[in-house]
Write a protein that binds this ligand. Structure first.
Ligand SMILES: Cc1cc2nc3c(=O)[nH]c(=O)nc-3n(C[C@H](O)[C@H](O)[C@H](O)COP(=O)(O)OP(=O)(O)OC[C@H]3O[C@@H](n4cnc5c(N)ncnc54)[C@H](O)[C@@H]3O)c2cc1C
Length: 360
C-alpha cells in the first residue's frame, strides 16, 4: 500500500506515527530541507491528548502543567468570574511548538518506514507526483492542491490578529492559566515555568505596532513582574471549515479542514483527536484485511465532519458571547457565571469537552 503525506508541519510529523506503528511505509513531501524552526509559539494540550502524544513519541514530552484556569472580564479584572480545575489532573500541558516538532522529526528520520521527498508543493507538478498513491494526506493550507481542490469552505473573518510572545518574569508559583475577555479581545496568560509565561492576545482590528500591543498588555497584567519579553509574532484570525474533506485519492487534514479561533487553545487538540480517529480506522481496516486507501478518508469524514463543525462553532459562540457581553458592560456574564461557577456538572462537562471533543 502506498501512502503519502504532503506538508512540512507538526500535523504530518505526528500523523506519520499512525502508519509506522502499523508497519506501513509512508512518503512525506516536504518543501525544503528540514531545519530548526524559529518560533516562540506554544501549544496547550489537553491531558488525554498529551498522554496519547507521549505514547506515540515513546518518550516524555517536556511541558508545564496548569492546574487551574481563571476567567476574567473587562469589568472584573481582579476577581475571576469562573475557574476550571480538575481534582486529580492538570487542566492542560503547555509545550513549545518547536520542541514538539523536533522530537517527532527526530523520531521519523530514524524510521525505516519513512521516506522524505523534497519537492515544491506550490507547483502543479505535485498532482502528478501523488497521483499513484492509494492514500494521500494533504495538511498544507496553501499548496497547489489546496488552492485547486480544497477551497469550498465555510469561512468567517474575525477581522483581527493574534499576537503571541513569551514573557520572562520574577519567579513565582505559576500553575494557574488566566484568560481575560478584554474589550479588545481575549488575552491569555499561559504558564510555561515559574519564570516564564506564554501570551496569546487575540485583538480586533488591523496589525498594531509592538509598542501598542505592549501598552494594552501592561494595562491588564497585574499578575507578573516582567524582566524580558521575546519578539511578538502576528497572525490573522479566521474561522474555516472545509465542506468536503476528500478529492480523488486525497484526504485534506489538520488546520486545512478546521481552523478555529485560538481563544480556547483547541485547534491542534482537534487535530490530535482526528489523528486518534484515523488510527482506529486504519487499525480496523488492517485487522479486517481491507486496503488502506481513500476509503479511510471517507470513513473519517463521515465520523468527524459534523462534529468538527459543531465544535468549531461552539468556540466561535464563546467568542461572540464575550464580544456582545463587553459591549453591554459584562451585564450577561456576571449573573450567568455567578450561577455556572457553582455548578460542578457544568465544569466537569467543560473539562470533558476540552479533552475529548464531541466524539465521545
Ligand atoms: C495564536 C494561536 C494560538 C494557538 N494555540 C493553540 C493551543 O494552545 N492549543 C491548540 O491545540 N491549538 C492552538 N492553536 C492552533 C495551532 O496553532 C494549529 O492547529 C497548529 O499550529 C497547526 O500546526 P501545524 O504544524 O500542523 O501547521 P502549521 O504549519 O503551523 O500551520 C499553520 C497554522 O499555524 C498557526 N500559527 C501560525 N503562527 C502561529 C503562532 N504564532 N501561534 C500559534 N499558531 C500559529 C495558524 O493557525 C495556521 O493555521 C493556536 C493557533 C493560533 C493562531
Amino acid at each position: 500500500m502506498k501512502i503519502c503525506l504532503i506538508g512540512q508541519n507538526l500535523t504530518n510529523l505526528i500523523l506519520t506515527n499512525v502508519f509506522t506503528e502499523n508497519n506501513l511505509s509512508v512518503d512525506i513531501y516536504l518543501n525544503k530541507k528540514t531545519k530548526k524552526i524559529k518560533t516562540n509559539r506554544t501549544i496547550a494540550i489537553s491531558p488525554g491528548n498529551f498522554d496519547y502524544l507521549e505514547l506515540l513519541a515513546n518518550s516524555r514530552i517536556n511541558s508545564w502543567k496548569s492546574e487551574e484556569i481563571k476567567i476574567f472580564t473587562e469589568d472584573s479584572p481582579s476577581k475571576e468570574i469562573i475557574n476550571f480545575d480538575k481534582t486529580n489532573r492538570e487542566v492542560f500541558n503547555l509545550t513549545y511548538y518547536s520542541k514538539l516538532y523536533e522530537l517527532f522529526l527526530k523520531k521519523i528520520i530514524k524510521s525505516k518506514h519513512v521516506k522524505l521527498i523534497y519537492s515544491d508543493t506550490s507547483k502543479p507538478s505535485i498532482i502528478k507526483k501523488v497521483k499513484n498513491y492509494d492514500l494521500v494526506f494533504n495538511t498544507e493550507n496553501k499548496n497547489f492542491i489546496s488552492k485547486k481542490f480544497f477551497t469550498n469552505k465555510i469561512k468567517k473573518d474575525y477581522k483581527g490578529q493574534a499576537y503571541t510572545f513569551l514573557i520572562n518574569h520574577k519567579k513565582q508559583n505559576n500553575n494557574t492559566a488566566i484568560q481575560i475577555f478584554t474589550k479588545f479581545g481575549p488575552l491569555a496568560f499561559l504558564p510555561l515555568s515559574n519564570k516564564q509565561t506564554s501570551i496569546v492576545f487575540s485583538c480586533k482590528g488591523n496589525k498594531m505596532s509592538d509598542q501598542k500591543i505592549l501598552d494594552i498588555f501592561e494595562k491588564y497584567n497585574s499578575f507578573y513582574s516582567l524582566t524580558k519579553k521575546t519578539e511578538i509574532e502576528k497572525i490573522s484570525l479566521g474561522f474555516e471549515m472545509l465542506r468536503n474533506y476528500t478529492h480523488n485519492n486525497i484526504l485534506a487534514f489538520g488546520d486545512l479542514i478546521h481552523r478555529i479561533h485560538p481563544l480556547a487553545g483547541q485547534g491542534f487538540n482537534m487535530t490530535i483527536r482526528d489523528i486518534k480517529i484515523i488510527s482506529k480506522i486504519v487499525e480496523n481496516k488492517i485487522s479486517l484485511g481491507l486496503p488502506i486507501d481513500i476509503s479511510v478518508g471517507d470513513d473519517f469524514q463521515n465520523s468527524t465532519k459534523h462534529l468538527n463543525y459543531l465544535y468549531g462553532k461552539a468556540i466561535d459562540g464563546i467568542y461572540e458571547f464575550f464580544k456582545l457581553d463587553n459591549k453591554i458592560k459584562n451585564s450577561i456574564s456576571k449573573p450567568v457565571f455567578r450561577i455556572l461557577n457553582k455548578k460542578s456538572v457544568f465544569k466537569e462537562y467543560s473539562n470533558i469537552l476540552s479533552d475529548k471533543g464531541l466524539n465521545l
